[in-house]
Ligand binder design. Structure first.
Ligand SMILES: Cc1cc2nc3c(=O)[nH]c(=O)nc-3n(C[C@H](O)[C@H](O)[C@H](O)COP(=O)(O)O)c2cc1C
Length: 373
C-alpha cells in the first residue's frame, strides 16, 4: 500500500507550546543537585552507555541510570556486569541501579559502586519479571514492609552517596503500598522516590494512574518524587506534573522514540515553548553515532548484535520501509550494516521528507506474560 496518502510533508511546529510549570527550585538527590528535573528511566537492554551518551549530548537530562544490575553479580565481579556499569565523562551525573534481596550483598555492592565514583545508587523495587520479583527482589520487595525497610536502611547506612528507590504503586490493586513505603523510606534517609504509576500485576497494560503517584507525593514531606510512566511528549510531562505534584519526571520508552525530549522539556520549563525533534537526517546521524559507540565498547560483532534492539526504534521513528529495516537488522558485518544504511539514506522516510519533522512513532508495550519479560 503506497503511503502517498499522507498529505502533510511535515508537522505544524507552531503547536509546540504549553503553559510552563513553576517549581520552588532545582531537584536534589541529597547533596547532589541535578542539572534538570527530567531523568532517563532505566530500560534494560537500551539505556546502555552508548544511548546515555547520545541523550546527554543532545541535552536536558538531569540524571541517567544503568539498566538494573544484579548486586550479586557485581560483588562477584562478573565481567559482563562490570561492563554494564562502564561510564564516560559525558555521562554525569551517573546512577547505577541495583537489585537483590540480601542486605549484606546489597551493601557490599553499594560500597563497591561508591568506591568506583558512582554519584548515586538506585534500588530497584519495580521489576515485575518472575525470575527477579519471585525471589523477593524487584517488585517482590513491595510485599514485605519490615524486611524491605531493614534492607534499604542497611544500604543507606553503608554508603555516604545518595540512595534512591524506584518502585511501582504496589503488587496489585488490593495492595497499593507505595505511599507507605515512601513515607518510611524518607524517615530512613532515602533521598528520592521514582514511582511508575502501575502495579506489578498490571505490567505495562492500561494507563498510568496519576492519582496513585499523587498519593506518593502527598505521603512524603521533603524528598523529591519522580513521576514515571507513559510520558512521550512535553504535554504528557505537563500533565504528570500538574496532576501529581511531582518534582521530577522520568522517561523511558518516550526517550527511545524521541531522544530530544529532555532538551524540549528544559526549553519548555524556561520559555513555555520547545523546538521540534530531529528530522530523518538528524536521526540517521544519531543512529550512526550511537552505533559507533557500541562498536567502540563491544567490538564489531558485539556492537552489531547489541545495537539491533535500538535500531528498531530509530528505524521506526524514521519511517523506514520494513524491507530496509529488515536488511539492517539482519546485517552480521560492518560492511552489510553500511550497505543497509546507504539504501536507507537513499530511500528516505516513507511519505515525508528527509529534513522535516516526522510524526510521533507508536510506542510499543512489552507483550506476553509479565513472567517472561
Ligand atoms: C524493555 C524495558 C526494560 C526496562 N528495564 C527496567 C530496569 O532495568 N529497571 C527499572 O527500574 N525499570 C525498567 N523498566 C521500566 C521503565 O524504567 C519505566 O518504569 C516504564 O517503562 C514506564 O515508563 P515509560 O512509559 O516512560 O517507559 C523497563 C521497561 C521496559 C519497557
Amino acid at each position: 500500500m503506497p503511503v502517498a496518502s499522507i498529505s502533510s510533508p511535515s508537522l505544524n511546529v507552531d503547536e509546540l507550546c504549553h503553559p510552563r510549570p513553576s517549581f520552588a527550585g532545582p531537584v536534589s538527590y541529597g547533596a547532589l543537585e541535578l542539572p534538570s528535573r527530567y531523568l532517563l528511566s532505566p530500560l534494560a537492554g537500551y539505556t546502555n552507555l552508548a544511548f546515555r551518551r547520545i541523550v546527554r549530548q543532545i541535552g536536558g537530562v538531569g540524571l541517567a541510570t544503568t539498566d538494573l544490575i544484579s548486586a550479586n553479580a557485581l560483588v562477584h565481579l562478573s565481567e559482563k556486569t562490570l561492563r554494564m556499569i562502564e561510564t564516560h565523562d559525558e555521562d554525569q551525573p551517573f546512577a547505577v541501579q541495583i537489585f537483590g534481596h540480601e542486605a549484606s550483598v546489597m551493601c557490599e555492592a553499594a560500597q563497591f559502586l561508591q568506591e568506583r565514583g558512582v554519584d548515586t545508587i538506585d534500588i530497584n523495587m519495580g521489576c515485575p519479571v518472575e525470575r527477579i520479583a519471585g525471589g523477593g527482589s524487584g517488585a517482590g520487595m513491595m510485599c514485605d514492609l519490615g524486611s524491605t525497610l531493614s534492607l534499604v536502611q542497611s544500604v543507606v547506612e553503608s554508603v555516604s552517596i545518595p540512595v534512591s528507590v524506584k518502585m511501582r504503586l504496589g503488587w496489585d490493586s488490593t495492595q497499593l503500598t507505595a505511599p507507605k513505603f515512601a513515607r518510611e523510606f524518607e524517615q530512613i534517609g532515602v533521598v528520592a522516590i521514582a514511582i511508575h504509576g502501575r502495579t506489578r500485576a498490571q505490567g505495562f497494560s492500561g494507563v498510568v494512574d496519576r492519582s496513585g503517584i499523587r498519593a506518593v507525593v502527598e505521603a512524603v514531606e521533603r524528598i523529591p518524587v519522580v513521576g514515571n510512566g507513559d510520558v512521550r511528549s512535553v504535554p504528557d510531562a505537563a500533565r504528570m506534573i500538574e496532576e501529581t505534584g511531582c518534582q521530577a519526571v522520568s522517561i523511558g520508552r518516550g526517550a527511545l522514540a524521541n531522544p530530544w525530549l529532555f532538551r524540549q522539556l528544559v526549553e519548555w520549563e524556561s520559555t513555555g515553548q520547545w523546538s521540534a525533534p530531529g528530522s530523518f537526517n538528524d536521526r540517521l546521524e544519531l543512529l550512526l553515532r550511537q552505533f559507533g559507540y557500541m562498536i567502540e565498547q563491544w567490538g564489531e560483532l558485539g556492537g552489531i548484535v547489541r545495537f539491533r534492539k535500538m535500531a528498531h526504534w530509530y528505524l521506526k521513528s524514521m519511517r523506514v520501509r520494513p524491507k530496509l529495516r529488515n536488511m539492517l537488522q539482519q546485517s552480521k558485518t560492518k560492511e552489510q550494516f553500511d550497505a543497509a544504511i546507504r539504501d536507507i539514506e537513499r530511500a528516505g522516510p516513507r511519505g515525508f521528507d528527509k529534513t522535516g519533522v516526522l510524526p510521533d512513532m507508536h510506542v510499543p508495550v512489552p507483550s506476553g506474560p509479565i513472567d517472561r519479560w
